[in-house]
Design a protein. Structure first.
Length: 348
């Protein structure tokens, strides 16, 4: 979406991303803090207390929250509590139901922190609504993390391009292997986590409303996390298989192209059949305008079809990164850089 953009534009995006990170971070911080405190409150000590005030109040538009006060005694000292739950400001709380369950003047169980008796609640433990809010926050949080990773990589390219365009290069048995797949196992897991959480939010609201049960939400979270783990493991297996690696064999004077770009298996090309390496310019027409990306391609001599362009990856890079990798590749094999040319329409 932002191929080849100027550094100044990247800095504008950086400022906007910082702003939204602060906003989302504060919201996530509230949810995580309240949920964590509710989890720790399971170890609070129970005692008897009397409800002093129990009134419905408005939190969000027509939603009825709860204004509650209760008194309790710990080691001969009386305390006044005001907290039903640490997450009592969430919109799923039913103020009318809480008032019915905790009427004014009734004697109820109060849970207090033995290290700080003034800290107390009437309800402890993580509720289904807590897990639902975490589920709602997950896709946006994952998107922010991935955007930060993308932006940091682009700024690094603008400042100093790593060797081989930043791809992972390793030598194994006299063969140079370059992993052309940029999707690592953790990144695949993050993508799956965000997508699974987003897909699960709508059925939760439709079936259970804004106050789902704890057990169904626990099972749903188990499914979301399992999806993320499986996606990460699957991508790790795909990367480890080597099918996405570009292999340079100096002794055999061959180059093995990765199993991408329509190739159903890896293709080994002798050095003598390679006329050079070029960059294919791909023009993507988006709502914001036309954007260029660049794909490294091997010019292979084909007896029947003449010179054939074998792309090394299905998606494009920035021009800086594509040139960095292409020059590195040409230097490794003593190949000629053929320059930049437009990608054929039928190859995209």
């Amino acid at each position: 979406m932002f191929w080849g953009m100027a550094k100044s534009t990247l800095y504008v995006i950086l400022l906007l991303l910082v702003f939204w990170t602060v906003v989302i971070g504060l919201a996530d911080g509230f949810v995580l803090t309240a949920t964590g405190r509710e989890f720790l409150a399971r170890d609070f000590v129970p005692t008897r207390g009397r409800i002093v005030t129990s009134e419905i109040k408005q939190y969000v538009m027509l939603h009825g929250g709860i204004n509650i006060e209760y008194s309790y005694v710990v080691r001969g000292r009386e305390y006044l509590g005001h907290c039903y739950r640490y997450d009592e400001r969430q919109t799923s709380l039913d103020g009318a139901e809480i008032k019915r369950k905790y009427p004014q003047g009734s004697v109820q169980t109060v849970y207090y922190d033995p290290r700080k008796p003034s800290d107390s609640v009437l309800s402890t433990g993580v509720a289904g609504a807590d897990l639902m809010l975490l589920l709602f926050a997950t896709p946006v949080s994952v998107a922010l993390v991935l955007l930060w990773g993308w932006l940091i990589a682009r700024l690094r390219e603008k400042r100093r391009l790593p060797p081989a365009g930043g791809l992972r290069v390793r030598e194994q048995g006299g063969i140079i292997r370059v992993r052309m797949s940029e999707v690592s196992a953790p990144v695949a897991g993050m993508y799956a986590l965000g997508v699974a959480a987003f897909a699960a939010t709508f059925p939760v609201v439709v079936v259970n409303g804004l106050a789902p049960g704890t057990e169904p939400m626990a099972w749903l979270w188990a499914a979301v996390l399992a999806t993320a783990v499986l996606a990460g493991v699957w991508q790790a297996w795909r990367n480890a298989s080597g099918r996405f690696d570009l292999m340079i064999d100096y002794l055999g004077q061959t180059v093995t192209l990765p199993q991408t770009c329509g190739r159903t298996e890896r293709l080994t090309v002798p050095r003598r059949e390679i006329a050079g390496v070029s960059l294919l310019r791909r023009v993507s027409r988006l709502a914001s305008g036309n954007h260029d990306s660049y794909l490294p391609a091997v010019a292979r001599l084909d007896g029947e079809r003449g010179v054939r362009r074998e792309r090394l990856m299905p998606w494009g890079w920035t021009e800086e990164r594509a040139r960095g990798f292409t020059h590195w590749f040409c230097a490794q094999m003593g190949l000629e850089f053929k320059g930049v040319e437009d990608e054929p329409p039928d190859a995209a």
